[in-house]
Write a protein that binds this ligand. Structure first.
Ligand SMILES: NC(=O)c1ccc[n+]([C@@H]2O[C@H](COP(=O)([O-])OP(=O)(O)OC[C@H]3O[C@@H](n4cnc5c(N)ncnc54)[C@H](O)[C@@H]3O)[C@@H](O)[C@H]2O)c1
Length: 324
């Protein structure tokens, strides 16, 4: 993160702070002058993500499962609840863990915010819209989710977390905000997490063929990590309760994305087509009118630029360079 905008927070608890998005948030908050306690069980995150932060004044890592406990001694004035497996592959591998992070983990994070009188921000996800029959999706769209379907765990964990967050605001007066994040990409994604960008980049850099599911015409809206961090921090700073969509309103189909990655890496990787997994949504795209109007936020990093930065990071990682 390059920006060091002060948001005025003194002590922020970031659950899931050793993950892809969470580690960028921790860095941005430290840059802004806040103290940061990262609570993470390292189930899908990596110590390398926060290695550059460990020596920075004001940063503390607490290794714990948020579904069990949130052992934070100093009261925070902001809690960002990001702890949860996120990629489809991780959620399929860890279905109970995902549901517990969304239910018990959210309850524990909300309790921490309530007892400290802190603001609370829930990282929800576009998965709450399921396989949408409306495109783009605005925050009033209730979604099209099959709770027992292949992606039900991920969607229902977030839907329950949203309902609990709303109930805390209404029953306890907790100062809450729900951000619905759409697909995010950037440095520090795990090459094996199954998501399209890291998978395509890792394979092209290894000179392996890329696989595109179905006919490759299914679309995604991809937002660069720095933009997502700016959107989350804008929502935290604003009194908005949400839900508010944070994501990129432009779409790209998977086949075009694969071609673009091949072009930007300069690799000759071949593109192969494989069967599309069940439950894979045809497309998801945020309507970000609310974020634009209330937060003055919209993405700034274009797809090509974001992919170039991501590819550079993956190259450096493959060469064993220090992650930053
Ligand atoms: N990356 C995206 O495209 C995206 C999109 C929508 C929503 N989100 C949400 O943002 C959050 C972060 O996603 P990410 O992409 O950085 O995923 P990630 O897997 O890289 O990070 C999640 C972090 O949470 C930690 N964690 C998981 N369960 C935990 C538990 N029970 N206790 C403590 N720590 C736990 C993991 O170890 C990891 O460090 C998630 O809540 C995810 O649902 C992400």
């Amino acid at each position: 993160m390059s920006s060091a905008v002060s948001h005025g927070w003194e002590h922020v608890v970031v659950t899931g702070g050793a993950g892809f998005v969470g580690s960028h948030l921790c860095g941005a908050l430290l840059d802004s002058g806040a103290r940061v306690t990262c609570v993470d069980d390292l189930s899908t995150g990596r110590p390398e993500n926060i290695a550059p932060l460990l020596d920075r004044p004001g940063f503390l890592l607490v290794q714990a499962d948020v579904a069990e406990e949130l052992p934070v001694r100093q009261p925070p004035d902001l809690v960002l609840h990001f702890a949860s497996p996120a990629s489809s592959a991780d959620c399929r591998r860890l279905p109970l863990h995902t549901l517990q992070a969304g239910s018990l983990g959210t309850r524990n994070a909300l309790e921490l915010a309530r007892s400290a009188g802190a603001r609370f921000v829930l990282a929800s996800a576009s998965e709450v819209y399921g396989d949408p029959q409306k495109n783009p999706q605005d925050e009033r769209y209730p979604g099209n989710v099959d709770p027992a379907g292949p992606l039900g765990v991920r969607a229902e964990a977030k839907r329950f977390a949203e309902a609990l967050t709303t109930a805390y605001a209404e029953s306890h007066g907790t100062d809450t905000c729900i951000v619905r994040l759409f697909h995010t990409y950037g440095p520090r994604m795990r090459g094996d997490d199954g998501r399209a960008v890291p998978t395509f980049v890792r394979r092209t850099l290894a000179g392996e063929p890329l696989t595109v599911t179905g006919d490759g015409r299914q679309t995604r809206s991809l937002c660069y990590a720095d933009d997502i961090v700016a959107g989350v921090l804008a929502a935290a700073a604003h009194g908005l309760r949400g839900p508010v969509n944070i994501g990129c309103p432009d779409e790209i189909c998977m086949l075009d994305l694969a071609r673009l990655v091949v072009e930007l890496t300069g690799s000759g990787s071949e593109i192969r087509f494989v069967e599309r997994p069940p439950g894979d949504p045809a497309g998801r795209r945020p309507d970000i009118t609310l974020a634009r109007d209330k937060l003055g936020w919209e993405p700034r990093v274009g797809l090509e630029e974001g992919l170039r930065r991501t590819i550079a990071w993956f190259r450096a990682e493959a060469d064993g360079a220090v992650l930053a």
